[in-house]
Design a protein around this ligand. Structure first.
Ligand code: ADP
Ligand code: MG
Length: 213
C-alpha cells in the first residue's frame, strides 16, 4: 500500500486546552517498503500510527492510502477498508488470554465467516515458527512467542499495510531482534508496506523517519 500524508495536524483537546501533537506532517511511503519511525517519547509516534491505521482521525490534513483520501469516507467504509487492508501489532500483544494461539489467530477470519480460518491460522503459526504451540494459551507462551502469535494474527487477513507500534518494546534484545528480522523477511516475501515504531537504534533499518517535537 502506498501512503501519502499531507500537512497532517493532530491536536487533542483536554478541558478546552489544546495539546498540539502533529503540526503539519508530510510523508510518503512507497508501496512494499519498510519504514522505521523514531523519536522521543510523547512526540506523537503512536498518534501517527493510529491515524494511518484509521483508528483515530486527523484534526486537519490528508491521508491517502493507495491514492484514496481515506478520511473523506463514511465510518463504515473506513472500517471495511481497515478490516481488509491493515494489520496491527502493538507493544503489548492484546491476545485474548482465555483462547489458544490457534483460536486467537483464526479470530479475525472467523468474524468474517471465512471457512478457511483454521487452516490459514495454522499456516501463519507455522510461518512464525510456532508449529508446536497451537494449543497454548498466551499465559503458557514466552513474551517472544506471544508477539509471534500477535504477528500471525495481524497477517492472517493478508493486509497490505502492517503497522507495528514498538512491537519489541516489551522483549529482551535478542528476542526483539528476532521479531524484527521476521517482520523484515515477511515484508520482502509478501510485499506489504510496513511502518514500525521503535526506540531501539539497533532495530532501525535503512529507511527511517524521525519525528521531532
Ligand atoms: P509517542 O507514541 O511518540 O510516545 P503519543 O502519540 O502516544 O506519543 O502521544 C503524543 C502526545 O499526545 C503525548 O504528549 C500525549 O500525552 C498526548 N496524547 C495522546 N493521546 C491523547 C489523548 N487521547 N488525549 C490527550 N492527549 C493525548
Ligand atoms: Mg507510543
Amino acid at each position: 500500500m502506498k501512503i501519502q500524508v499531507q500537512n497532517l495536524l493532530k491536536s487533542y483537546f483536554l478541558e478546552s486546552k489544546e495539546v498540539r501533537v502533529l503540526t503539519g506532517l508530510d510523508l510518503t511511503v512507497e508501496s512494499g517498503s519498510m519504514l522505521s519511525i523514531t523519536g522521543p517519547s510523547g512526540v506523537g509516534k503512536s498518534t501517527l500510527l493510529h491515524i494511518l491505521g484509521t483508528l483515530d482521525s486527523p484534526t486537519s490534513g490528508h491521508v491517502l492510502l493507495d491514492g484514496q483520501d481515506i478520511f473523506t469516507k463514511t465510518a463504515s467504509q473506513i472500517a471495511e477498508f481497515r478490516n481488509h487492508q491493515i494489520g496491527f501489532v502493538f507493544q503489548f500483544h492484546h491476545l485474548l488470554p482465555e483462547f489458544t494461539a490457534l483460536e486467537n489467530v483464526q479470530m479475525p477470519l472467523m468474524m468474517r465467516g471465512d471457512k478457511q480460518a483454521g487452516r490459514e491460522a495454522q499456516k501463519w503459526l507455522d510461518r512464525v515458527g510456532l508449529s508446536e504451540r497451537f494449543n497454548h494459551k498466551p499465559g503458557e507462551l514466552s513474551g517472544g512467542e506471544q508477539q509471534r502469535v500477535a504477528l500471525a494474527r495481524a497477517l492472517v487477513t493478508k493486509p497490505n499495510l502492517l503497522l507495528a507500534d514498538e512491537p519489541t518494546g516489551n522483549l529482551d534484545e535478542t528476542t526483539g531482534l528476532a521479531i524484527v528480522n521476521l517482520i523484515r523477511e515477511l515484508n520482502r516475501e509478501l510485499g506489504m508496506t510496513v511502518l514500525m515504531v521503535t526506540h531501539n537504534p539497533r532495530l532501525v533499518g535503512e529507511n527511517r523517519f524521525s519525528l521531532s517535537g
